[in-house]
Design a protein around this ligand. Structure first.
Ligand SMILES: Cc1cc2nc3c(=O)[nH]c(=O)nc-3n(C[C@H](O)[C@H](O)[C@H](O)COP(=O)(O)O)c2cc1C
Length: 140
């Protein structure tokens, strides 16, 4: 994420839920599963005032239960991403993108949602060149 934030023209916004997940991995998986099953839209601590000035969003998230953590759903529903380009960038531990790309397309039906890049969480610190190549291939 730091590497992306350093690219020219990139502004970083962190999607941050009011209710934090537990730092205990097992408890966290249960909390996130409950939200997923309930189709929850957890409240966020803040939102950008507007997304009008942006054409492209690199949407980074960990794969939780085969898709994005539910706070990311909250974020995507809050704004109109029509005519914007969305680049999904997902960390995971085996499931790749899961069904997150389809979920993004459903939440942002008029956006140009590109094929995402899935990176093993454990390999994230060595993924710089893959991310660079992926971004170059998007032509953005
Ligand atoms: C609640 C929860 C659910 C997860 N579900 C999946 C999953 O369905 N598939 C998968 O490959 N990894 C899953 N993982 C592993 C995360 O994707 C992995 O920990 C993450 O990408 C690494 O980023 P982090 O260091 O920010 O957690 C899950 C992790 C958590 C905490």
């Amino acid at each position: 994420m730091k590497m992306i934030a350093q690219l020219p023209g990139v502004k970083l916004f962190k999607i941050d839920a009011v209710k934090k997940y537990s730092s205990d991995y097992t408890v966290c998986t249960k909390e996130a599963q409950k939200e997923f099953r309930a189709h929850a839209r957890p409240e966020l601590t803040k939102y950008p005032d507007s997304i009008d000035e942006y054409d492209t969003m690199i949407l980074g998230y960990p794969n939780y239960w085969g898709t994005m953590p539910m706070p990311v759903f909250t974020f995507l529903e809050k704004f109109d991403f029509s005519n914007k380009t969305v680049l999904p960038l997902c960390t995971h531990e085996g499931s790749g993108m899961g069904h997150s790309e389809n979920d993004i397309k459903e939440l942002c039906p008029k956006a140009d949602v590109r094929k995402g890049l899935a990176i093993y969480g454990s390999a994230v610190n060595h993924a710089g060149s893959d991310i660079k190549r992926w971004l170059e291939n998007q032509g953005v």
